[in-house]
Design a protein around this ligand. Structure first.
Ligand SMILES: [Zn+2]
Ligand SMILES: [Zn+2]
Length: 386
């Protein structure tokens, strides 16, 4: 098969990436994006292109040779409800929505990999190209799995990547074991009897109780969990129904907890309920705790991490390949796939000048496109070696 010119591909991918950037869509609303992806995959001549998997997900299948092993490469397609600050000609054309996490870049990279592997082959088996919806709120992977992803498009292992502001373009890192955390969210509602600000003794106001509760929640991580377990409990909102001269009868505390093991997540919830009930009793109000799990922890398979570093060795300069020192307390929907097959998630530099992820000035760095493509292609060829 004829080799595809990499510089021409990079130019083409930059066009796709900017087109996607100009048309950001929120999770499960990625209709245009999914149609764009499916049209490209068909144009590249994939064996099968399935749309509408788990809502707006797309799965492309490419078979070569007679090997019976299958690997999956995954990208995410959704954007965020953030108003973009940019003067770029390809800035968001959808007010209030933007690609502030680089999923436009991830989608373009996986399309580039599909193009190369379809055009050049070099593997024996099946590659599944998974374009998932709704990564940002942790619902898209589960939607695809619930729609029969593993039964309809089986694969033995899965790889994914995310860009990382800070490290230079051409930087690669990952680690074995815990990589990204679980995310739980909670709401604690305190109910009492509000009343006149001048007569606190005649009601059961909730604000002082809420303040005590916010302070006490800080002891979950510092005093109730093992220092060896990394975790975070952050209270992010305190809202009451009071006004300047009326004591609130209702207070809502909202927040977010991160951890790396299900046992730790369970213990955070248990301790939170104990503290909320204790504070409520002390201040003579009622407490209701709503605790839900949004993202599961992401753990990389040790053997596949070795494989990823080996593949990276053929793509990145040796000095730009690093073992990540510690797991991140951010979360990734990719983790859901790892409940079914082993996998490995890796990070690629987006450059020192890059704004942080989820920042209104963020932009994916197009100079990183070919690195992502080459990594996808290298790992597919290595894992499905002829
Ligand atoms: Zn994000
Ligand atoms: Zn992201």
């Amino acid at each position: 098969m004829a080799e595809i010119d990499r510089d021409a591909l990079k130019l083409e991918m930059t066009g796709w990436r900017r087109d996607l950037h100009a048309h950001p869509e929120f999770g499960f609303e990625e209709k245009r994006t999914a149609a764009f992806v499916a049209a490209k995959l068909r144009e590249f001549g994939l064996d099968d292109v399935a749309e509408g998997v788990g809502g707006t997900g797309v799965v492309g299948t490419l078979k070569r040779g007679s090997g019976n092993r299958a690997i999956a490469l995954r990208a995410d397609m959704d954007a965020l409800r953030i108003s973009e600050q940019s003067t770029a000609p390809y800035r968001s054309g959808n007010p209030g929505l933007m690609h502030a996490c680089g999923h436009d870049g991830h989608t373009a990279m996986l399309l580039g990999a599909a193009r190369l592997l379809a055009g050049e082959g070099g593997f024996d088996g099946t590659v599944r190209f998974i374009f998932q919806p709704a990564e940002e709120w942790g619902k898209g992977a589960l939607a695809m799995l619930d729609d029969g992803l593993m039964q309809r498009f089986p694969f033995d292992e899965i790889f994914g990547l995310h860009n990382m502001p800070g490290p230079p373009v051409g930087h690669f890192e990952t680690r074995a074991g815990p990589v990204m955390s679980a995310e739980d969210i909670f709401e604690i509602v305190l109910r009492g009897v509000g009343g006149h600000a001048a007569r606190p003794h005649s009601g059961q106001e909730t604000l002082v109780a809420a303040c005590a509760l916010v302070t006490s929640l800080q002891t979950i991580v510092s005093r109730r969990l093992s220092p060896a377990d990394i975790s975070v409990v952050s209270v992010t909102e305190l809202v009451t129904d009071g006004t300047r001269n009326a004591l609130p009868g209702l207070a809502r505390i909202l927040g977010d907890a991160r951890s790396f093991r299900p046992e730790v997540s369970a213990e955070i919830e248990r301790q939170m309920r104990i503290i909320a009930e204790g504070i409520a009793a002390t201040y003579n109000v009622a407490a209701e705790v709503n605790y839900t799990r949004e993202f599961v922890p992401l753990r990389n398979d040790a053997e596949l991490v070795e494989a990823a570093f080996a593949a990276a060795g053929t793509v990145f300069e040796p000095g730009n390949i690093a073992v990540a020192r510690e797991p991140m307390t951010a979360s990734e929907d990719f983790a859901r796939f790892l409940d079914h097959v082993p996998g490995c998630f890796v990070f690629l530099g987006n450059g020192e000048a890059s704004a942080p992820l989820h920042n209104s000035s963020y932009d994916f760095n197009d100079d990183g496109l070919l690195f992502g493509v080459n990594f996808h292609v290298a790992i597919a060829r290595q894992r499905l070696g002829t």
